[in-house]
Design a protein around this ligand. Structure first.
Ligand code: XIL
Length: 345
């Protein structure tokens, strides 16, 4: 039934859960998940700063509950994320005296973190976003705190350590804008090279934080095809569609001019106009239609949240937006205007 019921023989359908979701497990949420999703992702609660806030202190309270919840619901479980330049405490990169860690020190910080976290959930978390967002949109290595000390070897080291910790786990490289040709090419050149050298790296996570019109379905398909041609599996890891104007021009820029500046971030005081509901529904339909062409290679499609009001897009790229990116309204009611178009597929 629900969204997952439309795609049972195609791919897992997932949702990211917030810390509050996992702490409170409200009944409406639990019913919505069991009817609609068969995979879970942790929005923030498994990130480095959440589980490993101090050098000698791990805090697995919420992460344990997340994994137990998934087991009760028989969900395919995602770990997100082991090595990233964001939501990672400063002490990882710097010593108490403010001096940057050496190569050897930073490598051992990384290895220790991956080992402890993955060992704890060995055999219980099925797939990990091992490295997140290590490339720029131009396909260069991002000049992150990891890269600046360890060079590109940090990616290899992360995957090698992860594979040792849980040889059964599916290991993914995850990023956004994996449709821009230079970025996709840069990621694939590097990941396929280390894979050919024997490093266990199974797939590419395409985040899919999308706009209403951009990227085009053609651009997305080209990227999917390239990934498939390189012999990797694909997960759609963080699907949402932002239809609000966005000052960065990253998405939604086409409707920017329709709103006075003050209204740009909350333009629909009376709820989403029907015309935009339809555009959003068509966009989701087109995306799923594309993904259905590649079911042999796509393991799962995960929405980055359940309800609109919980979406990170209410606070990104600036605070105080009212976003409409997901499939459930505030009462956990499925938006029929979106669902009905998927049923037609
Ligand atoms: C976001 C969360 O949704 C927010 O709650 C948090 O404040 C910042 O991170 N790419 C990723 C995700 O890989 O981890 C990010 O999640 C969204 C962009």
């Amino acid at each position: 039934s629900g969204i997952k019921g439309l795609f049972t023989s195609d791919f897992y359908i997932g949702a990211a859960l917030s810390g509050g979701d996992v702490r409170n497990q409200p009944n409406d949420l639990m019913v919505t998940i069991s009817n609609n999703f068969n995979s879970l992702s942790p929005e923030n609660l498994l990130k480095w700063q959440s589980v490993h806030p101090e050098p000698e202190r791990f805090n697995f309270d919420l992460a344990d509950r997340y994994v137990e919840m998934g087991e009760k619901m028989n969900s395919h479980m995602v770990g997100h994320t082991l090595v990233w330049h964001k939501q990672t405490p400063d002490w990882v990169f710097q010593k108490e005296n403010g001096k940057a860690r050496s190569r050897a020190e930073l490598s051992s910080q990384m290895k220790n973190h991956i080992q402890v976290v993955m060992n704890r959930y060995k055999g219980r978390i099925d797939t990990w976003d091992v490295v997140n967002e290590a490339f720029t949109d131009d396909g260069q290595f991002r000049q992150s705190a990891w890269f600046n000390v360890l060079g590109k070897d940090f990616i290899k080291l992360a995957f090698q350590t992860a594979h040792k910790a849980d040889p059964e786990a599916q290991l993914y490289y995850n990023d956004y804008n994996v449709w821009k040709p230079k970025k996709t090419d840069g990621i694939l050149a590097f990941t396929s090279r280390i894979r050919d050298e024997g490093v266990a790296i199974h797939g590419i996570g395409m985040q899919f934080h999308l706009g209403l019109e951009y990227p085009t379905i053609g651009q997305l398909e080209e990227a999917i095809q390239k990934i498939v041609d390189h012999g990797f599996n694909i997960s759609i890891t963080e699907l949402d569609i932002d239809l609000l104007p966005n000052p960065s021009g990253r998405q939604g820029a086409d409707i920017d001019a329709n709103f006075p500046y003050e209204a740009r971030y909350d333009p629909f005081q009376n709820g989403l106009p029907n015309e935009l509901k339809e555009k959003l529904a068509n966009r989701y339909r087109d995306i799923f239609k594309l993904l259905l062409k590649y079911t042999e290679h796509i393991d799962r499609v995960t929405f980055w949240g359940v309800r609109d009001q919980d979406s990170w897009l209410n606070n990104w790229p600036i605070r105080g937006r009212t976003a409409y990116p997901l499939f459930f309204d505030q009462d956990y009611k499925l938006k029929n205007y979106l669902f009905d178009k998927l049923v037609e597929l």
